[in-house]
Design a protein around this ligand. Structure first.
Ligand code: GAP
Length: 450
């Protein structure tokens, strides 16, 4: 008997994301819009968990980093000064036959739209010479649409942090080394097809500018490289699929003297998950020169003014969420079936606990609802399900990565004890309902990758 060929991993993930409400194509009913996606009920929960974990570990848990939320549309002079108006571009080529446009440096990743088995240029279509294509989205502010009203959607959140360096310094009374962190949307008119949500035109970034005395630059660069790599491992990513890659000199951005990427081995190859860059004093100095405002620190001990150097860990929330999804995905052969399970770290899982009445009668649904409400009040994300056989309900939760399923049965009504079923081991344990939230929170805290 011939075995049906199973679709490649990315296809399975894209299909699961749509079916279970993680990610939908944006404007789908109008045929979509390139490289743009919407996040469904489980997708927003996943993004929220990733953002919470990042904020918790980069800001809340530390006494040397504070937060910021700067505007998406800033004075256009910001982007002239930062170098983005003149330099934030990709080399593009056009196909003279099919008129499609491709990144000249990523032709091996692209496919001819008319002959998808071929790369552009290998399909008898002649390519133009590379031309520079700026990635910033332009818009106009105010009532007039003329050159005086041009503004840009930010292509990175980092600049908003540099603009507020002096404000935060005086408001927070911090002194270098200290960091300012921000999570927010950024926009880039990406041309290369993006491998699902890996590369999209709007995306959320989580960036932190860590301002240090220049002499401490190298020490903090090493520190943040290690810290950010370890963060992914702590959140359950397979360390064998992660690597740190130092940029070659010709790859460095105009502002950087050294950059390392945390890379993950995606089904489509190794790719950047997050970059850690030495931005030196480039940005503060440029903005100080262009605005006429001093952007420096006065050290009361040495009585000297200096411009701090900057170490920047910069990641994408959507790319992190995609990485957690891919890394968590497993197909496990059980006795009579294949189980699809997302083995998320429980603090990343969109639903922490699903609550089921064993049957839809004898007061079990009412008690299950009460237990579910108590877990919600303890800050957990929950899901109530009373449909179908219990085994099927477990499978549906496995597929979206819910670490714990709680069943209320006949005994619960008399002895107050529920069954907690573990997603990873599939083992079951009896736990008093009164102790459930504390028990689950401890299990989340002590979870280890199997
Ligand atoms: N401030 C520095 C900066 O923006 P970057 O390497 O261009 O550096 C940082 O972006 C991170 O943002 C990347 O590592 C990636 O995770 C995410 N990112 C960048 N472009 C993206 C896109 N088009 N779609 C999704 N995520 C993106």
């Amino acid at each position: 008997m011939s075995k049906t060929k199973s679709p490649p991993l990315m296809e399975k993930i894209v299909s699961l994301c749509k079916r279970r409400g993680f990610v939908f194509q944006a404007s789908e009913i109008y045929g979509g819009i390139g490289n743009t996606y919407d996040y469904g009920p489980l997708g927003v929960e996943l993004l929220r968990r990733v953002k919470d974990a990042w904020w918790r570990d980069v800001v809340t848990a530390r006494d040397d980093v504070v937060g910021l939320d700067s505007a998406i549309i800033q004075n256009p002079a910001v982007w002239k000064t930062s170098g983005h108006v003149d330099g934030f571009s990709d080399p593009m080529v056009d196909c003279k036959t099919c008129k499609a446009r491709f990144r000249a440096d990523k032709l091996e990743d692209a496919r001819c739209p008319e002959k998808p088995s071929k790369h552009p240029g290998e399909c008898h279509g002649e390519l133009t010479e590379p031309r520079s294509f700026n990635l910033m989205f332009k818009t106009h502010v105010g009532a007039m649409e003329d050159s005086g009203s041009v503004a840009y959607l930010r292509p990175e959140t980092a600049q908003g942090i540099f603009l507020n360096f002096a404000n935060v310094l005086s408001a927070s009374r911090l002194k270098p080394p200290f960091g300012i962190a921000q999570i927010g949307k950024s926009f880039r008119n990406e041309i290369t097809p993006g491998n699902f949500v890996f590369r999209t035109r709007e995306f959320e970034q989580a960036e932190m500018e860590f301002f240090v005395p220049p002499a401490e630059n190298d020490r903090w660069y090493e520190y943040w490289k290690q810290e950010r790599f370890d963060w992914y491992v702590r959140l359950g990513i397979d360390p064998a699929k992660l690597r740190m890659r130092e940029h070659e000199a010709e790859e460095l951005a105009h502002y950087s003297t050294g950059t390392s990427d945390v890379e993950y081995e995606y089904p489509f190859g190794w790719g950047e998950l997050e970059g850690i860059a030495c931005r030196t004093d480039f940005d503060l100095k440029r903005h100080a020169e262009a605005s006429g405002v001093r952007l420096e620190y006065f050290d009361p001990q040495t009585k000297e003014h200096y411009v701090p150097y900057v170490i920047e860990p910069a990641g994408g929330i959507n790319r992190m969420a995609l990485t957690f999804l891919i890394d968590a995905y497993r197909e496990e052969e059980l006795e009579k079936e294949t189980r699809v399970v997302l083995r998320f770290h429980p603090s990343i899982a969109p639903i922490t606990a699903a609550v089921f009445p064993l049957v839809k009668k004898d007061g079990m649904p009412e008690r299950a609802h009460e237990i579910e409400r108590d877990l919600r009040l303890a800050g957990m994300s929950t899901f109530y399900d009373e449909k179908a056989a219990i085994g099927r309900r477990y499978r549906r939760q496995d597929e979206v990565g819910t670490p714990f399923c709680i069943t209320v049965d006949g005994d619960t009504l008399s002895d107050g004890v529920v069954t907690v079923r573990d997603r990873d081991s599939m083992e079951q344990e009896r736990v008093p309902a009164a102790e459930l939230s504390g028990y689950l929170l401890e299990r989340v805290r002590t979870w280890k990758r199997a």
